[in-house]
Design a protein around this ligand. Structure first.
Ligand SMILES: [Zn+2]
Length: 259
C-alpha cells in the first residue's frame, strides 16, 4: 500500500495532514480547520475526499469540517463525541480507524483538551503518529480543558512508541519551541543545530515536520524531564519542590506559558 502524506497549510501555522492514495486518487484529511485550502489542494490534484479525522474540538482543527462535508457528501467523519462535529464514527481510546486497509490505532492523549485523540497509522510496519496539539516538535501544547497530569501521561505514552515513529504535529512551532528549550539547555548542541535548520526552513516556508520520536527525545525538553541538564535548567529559572518528572514537566509548561 502506498500512502503519501502531505501537509496542507492553513491559517498562520497550521498543518492539515493529508493522506493520499495515489492508486485510487482518494484522500483523508486530519484536522481541517479551514475548508478552502483543502478543496483547492484536492481539486488541483484531482483527489476525492473520502474521510476526515479530528484530534480535538478547537476551531482551528474542526472549523472546515461542515463545509467539507457539504462539498464531499460521501465523506466519512471520524471524531470523538466531544469534538463538536456531526461524526459518522465515534472514536475513543482503543478504537481502530482504517485508511485503505491500513489500520490507525486511536489513543487518548488528553491534556491540551479533555478529549484529545491521536491517530497512530501503521504503513508497512512504519508508524505515523498524528498527534494534533499534544506534542509539537521541541515542545508541547498548552493546557486548556485538560490537566497537566493528563498531558504528562500523554507524553509518557507517546514516548513508548518505537524510536523511528514519525510524529506529525498540527502546528509549525519548531523554531520558537527550540528557542525556549535552549533557555533550559543552552549547551544542547543538537538543539542548537536543529534551531539553525528550523529557522532556515521556516524562512523558506518549508515544513520542519514530520520528525522522528528519536529526534524529539534529543531536542524536546518536555520528553527530557529526567535529564540532569533539564532539571538544572528549570531550577535556574524557578524553584521546584522535587525532581519528579511531573514536577519538572509542569514547571517547564509554566515557564513556556510565560516565554
Ligand atoms: Zn488546540
Amino acid at each position: 500500500m502506498s500512502i503519501r502524506i502531505h501537509p496542507i497549510k492553513a491559517f498562520n501555522d497550521n498543518y492539515i495532514w493529508t493522506l493520499i492514495n495515489e492508486g485510487n486518487k482518494q484522500a483523508i484529511v486530519i484536522d481541517p480547520g479551514q475548508a478552502e485550502p483543502v478543496i483547492t489542494y484536492l481539486e488541483d490534484n484531482e483527489l476525492e475526499l473520502t474521510s476526515i479525522w479530528t484530534t480535538h474540538h478547537h476551531y482551528d482543527h474542526v472549523g472546515g469540517v461542515a463545509e467539507l462535508q457539504e462539498a464531499y457528501p460521501m465523506t466519512h467523519l471520524v471524531a470523538h463525541g466531544e469534538h463538536t462535529v456531526d461524526e459518522d464514527q465515534t472514536i475513543k481510546d482503543g478504537s481502530t480507524v482504517s485508511a485503505w486497509g491500513c489500520a490507525a490505532q486511536v489513543w487518548d492523549v488528553s491534556g491540551h483538551t479533555a478529549s484529545h485523540m491521536a491517530y497512530i497509522l501503521d504503513i508497512d510496519g512504519q508508524k505515523h503518529c498524528f498527534c494534533g496539539d499534544t506534542l509539537f516538535s521541541a515542545g508541547c501544547g498548552r493546557v486548556f480543558t485538560g490537566t497537566i497530569e493528563q498531558l504528562h501521561d500523554s507524553f509518557e505514552r507517546l514516548n513508548r512508541l518505537p524510536a523511528e515513529t514519525l510524529l506529525y504535529p498540527a502546528h509549525e512551532y519548531t523554531a520558537s519551541n527550540l528557542r525556549f528549550g535552549l533557555t533550559i539547555e543552552p549547551a544542547n548542541e543538537v538543539m542548537q543545530q536543529t534551531l539553525a535548520q528550523a529557522e532556515a526552513q521556516t524562512a523558506q516556508g518549508v515544513p520542519t515536520l514530520p520528525v522522528t520520536l528519536a529526534h524529539e527525545r534529543a531536542v524536546n525538553v518536555f520528553l527530557r524531564t529526567q535529564e540532569p541538564t533539564v532539571i538544572a535548567g528549570v531550577k535556574s529559572q524557578v524553584a521546584i519542590d522535587d525532581d519528579k518528572p511531573l514536577t519538572v514537566f509542569a514547571a517547564l509548561r509554566e515557564l513556556k506559558d510565560n516565554f
